[in-house]
Ligand binder design. Structure first.
Ligand SMILES: CSC[C@@H](O)[C@@H](O)C(=O)COP(=O)(O)O
Ligand SMILES: [Zn+2]
Length: 210
C-alpha cells in the first residue's frame, strides 16, 4: 500500500529507467502501483500517453471497477483489466509493470503454439533466477505465454489465470510482458531479470546455430 505521491515518484523513476533501455517504444507499456487493498485502488498510467517521458499528470487513480476516482481526469490504460486481475489474485503485490521489448516479443513468438493457444519458456540453474526469488540449488521456472486477445477483458482473465505467485511475470504472444512484485523496486528487479534472461537465451541460441 503506497500513498499517491510516493506511487507517482516510483512510477516516474521506473518509466525513465525502462525508457532508457528502449522498453517503452511508441507509447506502449503501462505501469501501476497499488494504493489500497480493500477496496482496490491503484495509480496507473493514462492510456496513450508517451511513457518514455511520463509526467505526474499522466498518472491517474482508478478503483476495482476501473472507474477513474474523483480528483483525477483522463482515460486509464486500455489494459487496466490486467492490472485489476493480478492485484485481486495476489493481495501482496504492489506494483505491475508492462513493457514491449524486442527480446520478450521474440521469445513469445518462439515458444508459443498458435494451434494450442498456449506456451511457456523455461529457465533452469541460472544465477539471475535469484533475482526472481529462486535461491534453491537447482532452480527452474516456467514463464507462461498467453494469446494476445483483442478483447481486453479476456486478456485480463488470461494473464490472471496463467500467473503464478512464485514466477512474477506473464508473457503475451507478440505483445510484451507483465511483471509484478511486492513493491515497485521488486517489480523492477523482476522485470530486469526477465529481460536479461530473454536476451541471454536468444543470443545463446543464435550463437549455437551460427
Ligand atoms: C501503442 S501500442 C501498445 C498498446 O496497444 C498497449 O499494448 C499498451 O501497452 C499501451 O496501452 P495504454 O492504453 O497506453 O496503456
Ligand atoms: Zn501493451
Amino acid at each position: 500500500m503506497y500513498p499517491f505521491n510516493q506511487a507517482v515518484e516510483s512510477l516516474l523513476e521506473i518509466a525513465h529507467r525502462c525508457a532508457q533501455k528502449g522498453w517503452l517504444p511508441a507509447t506502449s507499456g503501462n505501469l501501476s502501483v497499488r494504493l489500497n487493498g480493500h477496496p482496490l485502488s491503484m495509480a496507473i498510467t493514462r492510456s496513450g500517453c508517451d511513457k518514455a517521458c511520463l509526467k505526474t499528470e499522466d498518472i491517474i487513480v482508478v478503483d476495482e471497477r476501473m472507474q477513474v476516482m474523483s480528483g483525477y481526469a483522463g482515460k486509464p490504460s486500455a489494459e487496466t483489466s490486467v492490472h485489476v486481475g493480478l492485484y485481486e489474485k495476489f493481495p501482496d503485490i504492489a506494483c505491475i509493470l508492462h513493457v514491449h521489448t524486442i527480446f520478450n516479443n521474440l521469445l513469445s513468438e518462439r515458444y508459443f503454439s498458435i494451434s494450442e493457444g498456449t506456451g511457456h519458456i523455461s529457465f533452469a540453474q541460472h544465477e539471475l533466477l535469484k533475482a526472481l526469488g529462486h535461491w534453491e540449488e537447482k532452480a527452474s521456472i516456467n514463464i507462461p505465454i498467453v494469446p494476445n486477445y483483442a478483447n481486453l477483458e479476456r486478456l485480463g482473465q488470461a494473464v490472471t489465470e496463467a500467473a503464478y505467485r512464485d514466477v512474477p511475470g506473464v508473457l503475451v504472444h507478440r505483445h510484451g510482458i507483465y511483471a509484478y512484485g511486492e513493491s515497485p523496486e521488486a517489480a523492477l528487479r523482476h522485470l530486469e531479470a526477465f529481460e536479461f534472461l530473454f536476451e541471454y537465451h536468444w543470443r545463446l541460441n543464435q550463437a549455437a546455430s551460427s
